[in-house]
Design a protein around this ligand. Sequence first.
Ligand SMILES: [Mn+2]
Length: 260
Amino acid sequence: MTGEETRSLLDQVEARFEQEGNLIKLESGRVIFVGDTHGDLEATRAVIARHLNSKTQIVFLGDYVDRGPKSAENLNSLLRLKLEHPDNLFLLMGNHEGRRAIAFHPADFWEGLDGELHARYAAVLSRMPLAVSTPNGIIALHGALPDVESLEDIDDIEFGGRWWQQITWGDWQEQDGKYLGDDLLTGRPQFGQGWFDEMMSRLEKNVLIRSHQPNARQAMYGRRCLTIFTSSAYHLPRTIAIADLEREVETVDDLVIETV
Ligand SMILES: [Mn+2]
């Protein structure tokens, strides 16, 4: 893509994200949840080829760039697909899209951009939505749950603020307790089962679907917290989760987990 084409794509997709708000409510049909792709264009293509159709909604859980070999291609192809299929494809924000709030390293995609494009990508990606809610018991987001009072508060979350940081940077630990402090090495906020149980009951949800934390067990907290990855950047099978919104989801066992 030329610089001109990239700027035009970013302008169009910025307008699209502005219309969506932070919280996407999906109402019916089938939903495919895709974990971090991190520059794995092949994983994105495989999911799209298999699942993009008028009856299905695909939710990507963030972290499109850095680590893998094809960051720009992966991100730009997802942004183009968003414009072509606005009601069937949703791109949530991960911490790697929150570059305007918190710089991090390594970040090969960001560090390879010139100043102007860096600023433009950072501004547009800062408008990505933060969470997906379904009527059958699912909330999906990149990392951990924010301590908002209700689901509707998610729409008021400010980019770069504490709630934003909980969603995009938060990790879960298999421990009792609520907020466990920030990790000393990475600075990521750490949360325990007490936090999970309290926030899920405030939000009136049964299952959280998220990504972000490669060392997390796939199903935690009574099989109500699912962590999936869809990138060859990790030595893990590339997994997606499929939900039928017509059926109540009580635990991870009510979802279909597939590899791509
Ligand atoms: Mn992440």
